[in-house]
Design a protein around this ligand. Sequence first.
Ligand SMILES: [Fe+2]
Ligand SMILES: [Fe+2]
Length: 187
Amino acid sequence: MITRDQAWKLLTEKMQNQNLRRHCLSVEAVMRALAKHFGGDEEKWGIVGLLHDGDYEFTKTDPGSHAKLMANWVRELGETDAELLEGIESHGWFHQGKQAQTQMQWALFCCDELTGLIVASALVLPSKRLSDLSISSVLKKFPQKSFAAGVKREDIAMCEEKLSIKLEDFVRIALVAMQSIAPEIGL
Ligand SMILES: [Fe+2]
Ligand SMILES: [Fe+2]
């Protein structure tokens, strides 16, 4: 399997926007925490999270190839791990009307949008710091549709049905994971 260093090198070659990189780092951190929660392969889940949006700057006008292109780049590095490759590709299935299949794929699906809600919730704090953000304030923002209106609450809420994790616990796992990399994501 490719190393985290190789994955980071690939990401930074293909993605220049710093905020997008920070989004990828956030999803990586949450995926690692979710792998730990489920006893999954933390390195693999983390790399899937890190790379899931890595082709965005190349595919934004062609959503049908989003995540597929990244999986191809990873394949070109010699990667043969089907779970890893399919994990990355699964991020684009939404555009083909296809749902996630495995626990890892559902974890990616549900946490992708949650990282956005957490960032938005931190940015309205006076300090703008993740360390000052509480689980309860994220949960308070959850039903407020006008707040971070682009964040798909219904995707996040699937954590209960698809991952058997209560929303409150899902927010806690994600917030703690993102707090642990706060300096890297500028929060
Ligand atoms: Fe995406
Ligand atoms: Fe994403």
